[in-house]
Design a protein around this ligand. Structure first.
Ligand SMILES: [Zn+2]
Length: 266
């Protein structure tokens, strides 16, 4: 994406975030990857509802300033995501009220209650609290960045990312909408979970349609453990085909123990 279009879109998305109540005051930040080592980002201490195209900051992937604008200290969270995910070109961080309520209550958004969410976003895990702007925060995100497209930051807010600015914003919007529905359903007595076979069908559809890749099979969703959907990309697990062609997964520890037992028998 060319720089001028990116500046325009960041202003537009900032206004949407502010108008929808996803941020107040100077909360939140938005960034976009312009080149291999070039990031355009919202500057520090600015309302996302009142930005202009000329105020954006430029940095490299390590956070070194490349123009005279000071970037938000929360940029480190964005840069971690860009470094770990070459497929990601935009990041939105906000303090959305319903999503942040989950993060403040110490809950993930991972119940299989909405088909669209399984199709387009997957689970949103809770990452452990880290002081904003420090490596505590980025360290706690690291285990989740690779397989998820949005994260809850404990007692802080949320971050969503995508292949472009609109996809990052759409994922933020889906996260917030889901959190709101989950809270409302709880008031009505609790949402019903989708059955295992319905979840499996949705996961197959989302991969065929290209909404999410196979990496999302490795997400930290409690419900995935109750389906036949298995993560084949996790370095810690080994898949072995059995005579029916179905796959069985072992963790590294389980496999070592099994081999040790086999050796003892032998
Ligand atoms: Zn924040």
């Amino acid at each position: 994406m060319d720089e001028q279009t990116a500046r325009k879109l960041i202003v537009e998305i900032g206004k949407l975030m502010y108008d929808k109540g996803y941020v107040t005051s100077s909360d939140g930040n938005i960034s976009c990857r312009l080149g291999e080592n070039l990031i355009l980002a919202t500057p520090t201490q600015v309302s996302k509802g009142r930005m202009t195209e000329d105020i954006m900051a430029l940095t490299d992937l390590e956070g070194k300033p490349l123009n005279d604008r000071r970037v938000s200290s929360e940029i480190q969270m964005h840069l971690l995501i860009y470094r770990m995910r070459p497929d990601i070109n935009a990041v939105c961080h906000a303090h959305v009220p319903h999503g942040t309520a989950f993060a403040a209550a110490g809950l993930s958004i991972d119940a299989p209650i909405l088909s669209e969410v399984i199709l387009t976003l997957g689970c949103v895990p809770l990452t452990a609290y880290g002081t904003p702007s420090t490596s505590e925060l980025t360290d706690s995100l690291k285990p989740y960045v690779e397989h998820h497209n949005a994260l809850l930051l404990e007692n802080h807010g949320v971050v969503a990312y995508g292949k472009d600015l609109w996809q990052a914003f759409d994922r933020l919007e889906t996260l917030e909408h889901t959190a709101k529905i989950a809270i409302l359903a709880k008031i009505l007595g609790g949402a019903n979970d989708l059955p295992k076979d319905a979840i499996e069908k949705l996961i197959n559809i989302r991969e065929k349609a290209g909404y999410l890749t196979e990496a999302a099979r490795c997400q930290a969703c409690g419900y995935l453990e109750h389906t036949d959907i298995k993560c084949s990309l996790d370095a810690e697990s080994v898949n072995i085909g059995n005579s029916n062609g179905a796959k069985i997964s072992f963790t590294r520890e389980e496999l070592i123990e099994l081999l040790a037992q086999a050796a003892n028998i032998g």
